[in-house]
Design a protein around this ligand. Structure first.
Ligand code: UD1
Length: 424
């Protein structure tokens, strides 16, 4: 099991380039299944979730090629022929986001089959809203043990009104993608408003879809008989940018983030300012993160976009452990996202959790020790961040989930002056 050895205490300094967003590229890769023509996705991050998605796409018959163009990774995808409507169970297990292929496969082939993705470290993560959307679009759902099969009826998918009980990111994306090849108009009410959904809509529009209303209360999709190829660039990863910003803040350092979109990070930036971290926009569009030696405490509540992202909650929690004062953190999106708190406590943090609430009394020093990451990518990254602050050596065991969402996390932290090594 890979582990990271972190020697804490070095304030981070330097400049780092942020990659394309994991949560944007995965739905875009799935959307390439909607057309038999070639699609090119630019600025694709070199992370494990992308590699798993490539394996799944190749497995179902999509031709996938990766090319380096002036230091940027481009992915070309051609789904001329899809050989199966079934996503293999073992790959489904490796990555929950493979559920995003169901909408495009259903729209293109008339059926899609997968094993239920099940729960994960951060919560139950049901897919009922995804399935309800397909049902509304005139598909039927069949279940056998943990297998879920979604089948379009004889007349195909029909445009409809879909009301989401909750602005689920994945359910919005799946409904949007399936609706692009449905007959007639689909309206998705109460959709998620995340920037990654905008990026997906942009890609779908370039493929010939008619979609409007992303970022508002209702997304409208006018179905088309066929879609064509397209080229589109992935937006910068706001969660990766936030993680490196916290790395700077938790060590009292100063780091410049290149390739960021500050308008996607308003809630995060505002919270960082509240805790005393200065975020300065530079002329070239980069962000300079300047931190005091010890950030102040401030309460936090995660919310769907444009609220504070749940995917940055654990990193904020790591910072709150060492902040000056007490922070109350409320997690409203996933029911099990404070698991990492136990490990912070082993490092000397004072945290009390109750359900979706964590009360954190900041301590001046955390102590390095051996901690264990569970199967959660952001939790694993947060333990490494806490290790950067701690006195002495922190050994983060089982931290390989960071590879799912961060390219060479240890190497890039090292370039900023962190004392970190990885042992596989
Ligand atoms: C996406 C992101 C993930 C992020 C999350 C919330 C990707 C690949 N992943 O995940 O990094 O943490 O948004 O911003 O983009 N829910 C249901 N039924 C459903 C679907 C969701 O009850 O059918 C619940 C979930 O359990 C959760 C909440 O809705 O409590 C939000 O989930 P959702 O927005 O769907 O997250 P994902 O799309 O899975």
């Amino acid at each position: 099991m890979p582990r990271f050895i972190v020697q804490g205490g070095n304030p981070l300094h330097g400049r780092i380039k942020i990659n394309g967003a994991k949560n944007a590229v995965l739905p875009m890769m799935a959307a390439a299944v909607l057309t038999e023509s070639e699609c090119v996705i630019k600025d694709v991050p070199d992370i494990r979730d992308v590699r798993v998605m490539v394996r799944i796409l190749r497995d179902i018959g999509v031709e996938v090629e990766l090319e380096d163009v002036n230091g940027q990774r481009h992915l070309s995808l051609k789904a001329e022929q899809i050989r199966t409507d079934t996503i293999p169970a073992e790959l489904m297990r490796e990555m929950r986001s493979s559920v995003l292929l169901i909408g495009p496969m259903l729209a293109r082939l008339g059926s899609a089959c997968m094993t239920h993705p099940g729960g994960c470290a951060i919560g139950l993560r049901p897919i009922d809203m995804h399935l309800n959307g397909f049902r509304k679009l005139n598909a039927r759902i069949e279940r056998y043990r943990d297998e879920v099969r979604v089948l379009a009826s004889e007349e195909g998918l029909l445009g409809t009104d879909i009301h989401l009980e909750y602005p689920s990111v994945g359910a919005t994306e799946n409904a949007m993608m399936a609706a692009t090849l449905a007959q007639g108009v689909t309206r998705i009410w109460n959709p998620a408003r995340e920037p990654e959904i905008d990026n997906l809509a942009e890609f779908l529009r370039l493929m010939g879809s008619r979609i409007w209303g992303t970022g508002t209360d209702v997304i409208t999709v006018e179905g088309r008989e066929k879609l064509g190829g397209a080229e589109c660039t992935v937006i910068p990863d706001r969660i990766e940018a936030g993680t490196f910003a916290v790395a700077a803040a938790i060590t009292g350092g100063e780091v410049e983030l290149e390739n960021v979109c500050p308008s996607h990070m308003r809630a995060f930036i505002s919270k960082m300012c509240e805790v005393g971290v200065r975020i300065i926009r530079l002329e070239d569009g980069s962000l300079r993160v300047q931190s005091p030696s010890r950030p102040r405490a401030a309460d936090l509540r995660t919310l769907p976009y444009p609220g504070f992202p749940t995917d940055l909650q654990n990193q904020y929690l790591a910072m709150a452990c060492a902040a000056d004062g007490t922070s109350v953190i409320t997690e409203t999106i996933f029911e099990n996202r404070f698991k990492v708190a136990e490990e912070f406590v082993r490092m000397g943090a004072l945290i009390r959790t109750e359900g979706r609430l964590a009360v954190v009394k900041g301590v001046p020093t955390l102590s390095g020790t051996r901690v264990k990451a569970n199967e959660d990518l952001r939790g694993a990254a947060s333990l490494i961040l806490a290790g950067l602050r701690a006195e002495g050596t922190t050994e983060v065991q089982g931290a390989d989930p960071v590879d799912r969402g961060y390219m060479d996390f240890a190497g890039r932290l090292q370039k900023l002056g962190a004392c970190i090594s990885r042992q596989d």
